[in-house]
Ligand binder design. Sequence first.
Ligand SMILES: [Zn+2]
Length: 507
Amino acid sequence: MLTVFTKEQLLHTQACPKLLNMCLQATHKWSDSSLAIVVLDNGYLLASESVWSSEQMLITRIDAQARLHYPTLHWAKCESALIRQTLTESDAIRRERSESLSFDESNQSMAKQALIDIVMDAHRQQATDIHLRMVGREARIAYRIHGQLYRQPSRSRTSVTEAIAAALNTQSEDFREVFDERHLSGASISLVMPDSGQTMRIRTQKSPCRDGFSVTLRLQPSEQRSLPELYQLGFSPSRIDVIKRVVGQASGLFFISGPTGHGKTTTLAAINSCIPASRKIVSLEDPIEIIQPEIEQKFVSSEQDIHAFANMIKAVLREDPDLVEISETRDLQTANASISAALTGHLVASTIHATDAVGIISRLHDLGVSLEKLSQPGLFAGLLAQRLLPRLCTQCKQEHHSPQWGKHAVQSENGCKACHFTGLTGRVAVSELIIPDERASVWIKQGDWDTWKRNLAKSGWDAMAVDAMLLVRQQLVDPHHAYELVPGLETSANINLSKLTGEALCS
Ligand SMILES: [Zn+2]
């Protein structure tokens, strides 16, 4: 029986420099990504399962060479992705030391494979984003899983930068420059995952920071098996009914707000799936994040032209849509074009950055839309605000008791196998929805957001905080996460808790 090497055991080892070329060439020659071999500087010959079972000749050859340096050579097996990682890292470090960064074709294809390996590892752990920070010679890596960042072992900056460069140069649809780590702008990469055959779109975004620069890779599986439905995201049956009524209207504006990465786009896609096929949906997006075969999605490049969205809205209105969607309203031109469309009898839905439902109107005002314009009765069909809260792993969550919450559950520190040792399994949405009435128009005209909010609370309206408190009491969410992510939870402590025992939020 061969010893099996884990990720942790490989952390502090390198490939033996004398045998590195031999192992790189052998691994590069195999077009099958399940084959990889390396001799480590601690005297281990490490090969993947497939190599041990089908490449005896090669093993004998490398073994003979390795024994010249390590007379008591040990044998072990390991996942091919981890072996390749060791090879590319050791190669990058060697080239950094010799300061000759020559990069030939075999490096290029190994580098491309290195990015696939990183993406596969992240995707397996259910990460939505990979965050890379280049500091000195180091690439610090973190995965965002269920909304939280998890640090991963650091890699060499050279190998990670080369991996991204190789993919951008060969696999990108919209990358038109020569790769330069200081000038990497947003671009998309398509990679096929060897384990599932699934195509993964990766949106890269680079920004400078104090001590280097950072790159964010957003993972977008392009063949989503099925889009989630609203109830699966955590919306209550009564809220789903109201949302359906809102998007069933002939005209008006419907906004979904929340911070970045809190599922606004996913909610909009889930809403689309409950709209009857007899209605035509045209969606204008930059970038296209979720492929939705049932609707008409158009890519709008707004990077160079700030009027791109506004012009496209005017153009698609001539194509007789029932619902026009805009991936995000982030400038005055787009906001004004949407308002004109809504006032001329069209239904327009969009996402927007705002803290809460009332905040959507103040955000539009901040963009430059006058209060006069915003207060026109009937302009807004609905204002939805949402957050995603980490859902506790049912296998390892821990029971607690406090005077404020009574019996509740908190995240396990070390997690368990079922939750990849994070203590969490996915996320659940909390939301609030306002259908502005005539009285709201008065407060909007005066810009009096506080009075509006006070009146909503008095009328028994369910703010996002109520959703969050219900989830805590159902032991689905840790109260610490609720406090951290939901605005107004502190001040909602006087909400009548008996109200919360009524409706079940999750099925
Ligand atoms: Zn667990």
